[in-house]
Structure formats: C-alpha cells, structure tokens
Design a protein around this ligand. Structure first.
Ligand code: SF4
Length: 551
C-alpha cells in the first residue's frame, strides 16, 4: 500500500509513537504537520494541482490561483512564480512573497539523463519562441528552464511537451527531481557501464507516483557509468557511480547524503556494489527511507544529508538492507579518480562506434528558442538526431561521422556555441540570478558572460582547467562551494561605503574523489564591478606561484 499524507507510513515499518515531537519523522509515528509546507502537502497532494491548472486557473487567470497552490503545489509541475522586474536585491529579504511575485512563471522541463531527440529539442525551441519570449536556459541539472510563462498557456505547453515524451512532472517541489545521467551513456569509448536502463526504470516506478510525491524536501538522483564522474554524484541525495567489481564485473557504487546549499555535505559511500538491474530497487529503498525517516520539522534540516550525517553510512546501509530490501548488498570497490579534470565532454571525441560526439559551450547555459531550433537542425544535418545536455550547462551533438565534424564545429561556432572554448567560457557557470529569481540578491548571467569576455581579453594565454561558479544568493544552485572560484551573491560595501552588488569569494573547492568545499576567506568580498580585476589577480598569482601539478 502506498504511503500518502493521509496514511503516511503505510509502507514504512510500524513504530511506537514517541512522546516527543522529534523531527517529524513518519516512521517514528509523527504524522501531525509541524510547519506550513507539511500542512499544505497533507491537505492535498501537489500532483493534484494539475487538474486545477487545466480546468480553473488557466481559464480564469493568475488572480484565481489559491495561494497554497501558487507558492506551493504548482512546483510539483515545474512552475515557480518569477521575480517582478525592477525590484533590487536589497529588497529581497524585506518584501513579502506576494510583493516579489510577478504574474509570470518560470517553467522547468525535466530532461532525465540529459537525453533529447532533435524532435524534442525543436519542440522546446518552438515553445520558447511562442510562449516564453524566446527564453531557455540549460541548467546545471540537465534541465531547460523557461521564463515569462502565462498560466493561460500552461495546458497547451504540456500538450506539446508530452506529445514528444517530455514533461514538467515533479521538476520542482518536495519530489524526486530529474535523474541526472552521463550525457555520453552508451556511446563513450571509456564507459564502464551504461546506466540508461536504470534511469528509465527509476522513473517508471517513481515519477508521478503518489507514494513518493510527499517527501520531506527535494530528492536528487544521479547515475553515471562514466569514469569521468560526470554527474556531480558527490552532491546528490543518492548516486550510482560506475565501477568494475573484481568478481562481479561492471556495476555501480552507491553514494548517499550529498547536497550543497547551507550546511553542504559531500555524499558518503555505502561500500555496496549494485548490478544494473538492481539499481532501481536500491533507489526505491533509499527514497523510501527518506520519505519515512527524513526530518520534517524544520525545512533547513529536511534534506537526506542530515539523516545520513546523524546515522552514518553503516546504519543507513543496515536499515536499507533489513527494512527495505530484505537482503544484503554486495560489498564493492570505490570508483577510481578520473584522469581528466574536465568532465563536461566539450570538444570533439570519438564514440565507441567510430563516429564522434561534439560538445559545445553556450555562455553560462543561456540559449534561446531560435538557437535551440537551429541546434536541432544542425544535429539532424550532421548526426543521427540525438542531443544531450550536461551538468555543466553545456550541450552535445552525438553520432557525427568524421567527415562531418569540422562543418558542425564551424556551424556551431557561427551561433556563438563554440566547441573550442577558452577555459573561462568552458568553466564558468551562473544560476538564474536577479533577472527572474525571487531569492536573488545580485545579477549573475550577464555578469558571468561579461566576466568570460574580460578574462579572455586579459589573460588569453591561461590554459588550466578552472571552474568559476556564480550564485545570486547564499543558496547553491550553481554549486559555488565545489568550484575553484565560487562567488556567492550578496550586497557589499564599495570604496565609498555604499551598498552595491557583490560576492563573497570561496576558493579551492572541487568535485571528484578529492571533493571538498572551497574556503570562505574571511572578509574576502568583491563588488561586481571589481570582479574581473580580482579574478585576474588570483589567476596570475596562481600561474606565477604554483608548484608542479598544483591545481
Ligand atoms: Fe536563485 Fe539563489 Fe538559486 Fe541563484 S542561487 S537561482 S539566486 S535561489
């Protein structure tokens, strides 16, 4: 029997109800909502808002939307209100949510595994041009985000997306979010194992399933069989990373409890090896633990990483095996440290079938509907009609014959989508920022684009892999804590003592087996205008003083 808000622990082990309200864990018998979010989720499943959007809100307009749907349940279908234009970052924390709300929406399209056909990409591009004022951003979770969406247009957008097998189901909200996957799954020459069937099975079981549509908070999943560790598995709630087991062969190493934002944590290994056809079972066990034992009292402690930190990997594995899988998992080895530092698949690379894939770099993930339509045309003319998005806000065209590679690279370059980017174009990411995000304090996308131009002009000889991640607020949508240079948007004082847009700097973060968080250097804040000078100084000093092999 499925767990629901009304019958939350139906599939969870029965426990004696503790007299303490505790952390609001369902498995401990705590079913009374302890905050507004838990209350609205109990009142009505977020998935149910779709009917109201189709039959009421899209017909009667923005003002007819129930506030609990507007700022809560609509996320279950990928919809967030966007920031009213012209409100500066200093007002973000002061104004009430309704004062920040525009009557237009951001709409997130989930692209599980980053897998797209050119037919799908063309539809995404057409929707952008027709309903989203041309906007379309590639996110660092392989999704596409539109802005300027009117509630009246949402049912038609869903019709068009769903006609080509795409959806916005559970793209936001306290739900199982998009499943990240290696964008070169099934075609990479160095692949350990293709995780695509596992992603499909996970979604078949979990996506839109009311048993998993009321989680304590969002739940992020990543699956990759690439030795490049190309899905940021360290910062997902659960991740399956390709390894070759000495006895059992290729399979996956299981990680749990990663996540950024406030209190960032690198995921921990359970020390377990899972074959391809058991990944979905283990995934279902982990997400069920999160649903049943996850903390629901405070939103700030409701991610899986807090439970994992309190239990430790041994207890987590034991509960998973004893209560959810009813069997022991096989012990397995850790993945190897990747030899290459770039994991974005940008450039021209040979596939396992002798053809090539071409990865290219839009500026900080920003494209537009017209460009996406042109990419679809190019991918059809030069490849077999398969395109991928990456977790670095990049894109890839697959299946290109050798004779077609140069012409594709040239045509992409003409669209300012270079396959031979500078380290700055290649390694700079930016979140949505103040242009549309209600939580933002500073502008990010344009700032990132200008920064790339400035650094390319000032230090053209720089050729080290470098990641520069720009966030518009203290959240972590652009993964600032694991960048070489992470920039956290906030208001800072300029030389005249005026409050202006700027950034707290974090230095030296990384992903990979040496994953760690950048150091927040006390007092190290720069104004937005000073940013190119500051980064130029850091990089020139690094070049001058680095030791052999130092990154
Ligand atoms: Fe918005 Fe902050 Fe996330 Fe950027 S990091 S998209 S400003 S919430």
């Amino acid at each position: 029997m499925a767990a629901t808000p009304e019958n939350p622990a139906a599939s969870a082990p029965r426990r004696k109800v503790s007299r303490h309200r505790g952390e609001g864990q369902w498995a401990a018998g705590h079913h009374t909502p302890l905050n507004g979010n838990e209350q609205f989720k109990k009142d009505d499943d977020g998935l149910n808002v779709r009917t109201r959007i189709e039959t009421i809100y899209s017909k009667r307009g923005f003002d007819s939307i129930d506030p609990n749907d507007l700022r809560g349940r609509m996320r279950w279908w990928g919809l967030y209100t966007q920031r009213k234009p012209g409100i500066d970052g200093g007002k973000t924390a002061i104004l009430e949510p309704e004062e920040l709300d525009d009557e237009f929406f951001m709409l997130r399209v989930r692209i599980d595994g980053g897998r797209l056909t050119t037919e799908q990409l063309r539809v995404i591009g057409e929707i952008s041009q027709e309903f989203a004022r041309g906007t379309a951003d590639i996110t660092d979770r392989q999704n596409v985000q539109y802005h300027w969406i009117r509630i009246e247009d949402v049912p038609e957008i869903w019709n068009r997306l769903e006609a080509v097998g795409l959806s916005t189901t559970e793209a936001c909200g306290d739900t199982p979010r998009v499943v990240l996957g290696s964008p070169v799954a099934g075609i990479a020459e160095d692949e350990i194992i293709d995780g695509t069937p596992a992603i499909e099975e996970i979604n078949r079981r979990i996506l839109g399933n009311p048993a998993f549509s009321n989680l304590p908070r969002k739940f992020k999943t990543a699956v990759s069989g690439s030795p490049l560790l190309d899905v940021a598995h360290e910062i997902n709630d659960v991740a399956f990373v390709g390894v070759d087991h000495p006895e059992h062969g290729p399979g996956f190493d299981v990680w749990v409890g990663g996540g950024l934002s406030t209190n960032p944590k690198i995921g921990v290994r359970l020390g377990a090896w899972v074959p391809l056809d058991e990944v979905a079972d283990v995934h279902e066990g982990v997400i069920s633990i999160f649903r049943d034992y996850g903390y629901r009292r405070l939103r700030t402690r409701a991610r899986l990483k807090f439970l994992v930190a309190d239990w430790g990997p041994e207890k987590f594995r034991q509960v998973l095996e004893d209560e959810y899988l009813q069997r022991k998992l096989v012990d397995g080895p850790a993945p190897a440290q990747p030899v290459e530092r770039w994991r974005d698949h940008v450039g021209v690379h040979r596939q396992n079938d002798g053809r090539y894939y071409v990865g290219f770099a839009p500026r900080v993930g920003r494209v537009d509907g017209t460009t996406l339509t042109k990419i679809a045309e190019l991918a059809e003319a030069h490849g077999s009609g398969r395109v991928r998005t990456t977790v670095e806000q990049k894109m890839i065209v697959l299946d290109v014959e050798e004779a077609q590679v140069e012409s594709l690279v040239e045509a992409l370059g003409a669209l300012d989508l270079t396959a031979k980017p500078s380290p700055f174009r290649r390694g700079t990411m930016a979140c949505t920022g103040i242009e549309y995000c209600k939580l933002a304090i500073v502008e990010t996308k344009q700032r990132g684009s200008t920064l790339i131009d400035e650094l390319e002009r000032r230090i053209p000889e720089f050729d080290e892999p470098i990641t520069i991640n720009i966030n518009g607020c203290p959240n972590a949508c652009a993964r600032i804590q694991v960048a070489d240079i992470g920039l956290k948007g906030q208001l800072v004082l300029d030389e005249q003592g005026r409050q202006v847009e700027g950034f707290q700097v974090h230095l030296g973060g990384a992903l990979g087996l040496e994953a760690g968080f950048g150091r927040k250097v006390r007092g190290l804040k720069v104004t937005s205008d000073e940013l190119p000078d500051y980064i130029e100084r850091v990089l020139k000093r690094f070049e001058a003083e680095r030791e052999d092999g130092e990154r």
